[in-house]
Design a protein around this ligand. Structure first.
Ligand code: ZN
Length: 345
């Protein structure tokens, strides 16, 4: 949720609950997301700082991790039901619960949600402090929002995989160039690599974060839900404010805009309150469908530009400002065209 996906999670005890969500025949039917715990796997030799194979062990030893798995299951069920009138939910989701971390994440390729049983403010601190568990469900809803994004965006952008593959190829080319360089010549190539990674983040993941924050806000019925759930002191004040869907007068006044040019969670902060403005215009699934439709058009435009520029796009503050202007305009247009379920052509 909060920036890092690192291998350090592999160093910790893992408890994996494979949860099968009952298949839904159509997106318009009420979801019946029954889960089943299929089996349990635990990573052994966790003290070694290396990835070791999973082995089957007695799940009773890890019973203390089960309530977290159950809690995630409940939230995923509730969010699936909440959006089922207009969005598709994943048919199967793997939830990995481990002892302790300051982060949680979703791997969209594996449809795997990794969560800690105990969330701490900073896992690297000498003495770890547990985060306020009150808002854990908001985080689960946010991460599950990424799964919904991954599954549903293709409806509005069928050639997304093609576009992604093209930019990843450009990124790989940069990585190959970097590998071939002598250390003293690497600096510029490294900067080129960072630049393309940032441009890809601006093209697609930045919108994914807005979508996931919107899922969390709708689930908690609170546009400030994400602001309340972020605890890590490392995140800084912009992180709190930048995740709000509720900053009054913020969208119209560009002088008040605060955003990041390299963190996809915060690139589209100025646009979030506009999504917040329309949160109550219809059922959650319908609102998310409108937002996702707009996002798909932005992502298509971003990737097309990036490919045309052969990956040579510099994500400057001016570029991010323009991204926000374009997103805000497109959201306004969509909700004017479709102000409510009954007035949506
Ligand atoms: Zn996220």
């Amino acid at each position: 949720m909060c920036f890092r996906t690192t291998l350090r999670q592999f160093y910790l005890f893992f408890f994996i609950v494979h949860l099968a969500i009952a298949a839904k025949s159509t997106a318009s039917k009420k979801s019946s997301c029954a889960f089943k715990i299929k089996y349990v796997e635990v990573l052994v030799n966790h003290r070694k700082k290396e990835i070791v194979p999973f082995e089957y062990v007695d799940p009773a030893d890890y019973a203390h991790l089960v309530p977290t798995g159950e809690e995630v299951k409940d939230v995923v069920n509730e969010v699936s039901d909440m959006v089922s009138s207009h969005l598709e939910a994943p048919k199967e989701l793997t939830v990995v619960v481990h002892d302790k971390d300051d982060n949680m994440s979703l791997s969209p390729d594996l449809m795997q949600l990794t969560v800690p049983a105990v969330q701490v403010e900073n896992i690297f601190a000498k003495k770890t402090v547990e985060s306020d568990p009150t808002h854990k469900k908001t985080s689960y809803a946010h991460e599950f929002g990424h799964a919904l994004y991954q599954i549903n965006i293709f409806r509005f952008l069928p050639k997304l995989n093609e576009l992604r593959a093209a930019v990843y190829k450009l990124r790989e080319k940069r990585a190959d160039q970097l590998m071939g360089e002598k250390v003293k010549d690497r600096k510029k190539k490294e900067a080129d690599y960072v630049r393309i990674v940032n441009a890809i983040n601006a093209a697609d993941p930045a919108y994914n974060e807005v979508f996931a924050d919107t899922v969390a806000a709708l689930y908690k019925n609170d546009p400030e839900a994400m602001v309340k759930c972020i605890h890590s002191k490392k995140c800084g004040s912009l992180t709190y404010e930048g995740r709000s869907l509720n900053l009054k007068d913020y969208v119209a006044d560009e002088k008040k805009w605060k955003f990041s040019s390299n963190d996809p969670h915060l690139m589209l902060s100025p646009s979030r309150p506009l999504v917040g403005k329309y949160l109550k215009n219809g059922p959650p699934g319908w609102v998310l469908e409108r937002v996702l439709k707009v996002i798909a058009s932005q992502v298509q435009e971003n990737y097309t530009q990036l490919i045309a520029a052969k990956g040579d796009v510099n994500v400057t503050p001016g570029y991010v400002k323009e991204m926000n202007r374009r997103f805000i305009k497109a959201l306004e247009e969509e909700f004017q065209r479709c102000p409510s379920v009954s007035a949506c052509p």
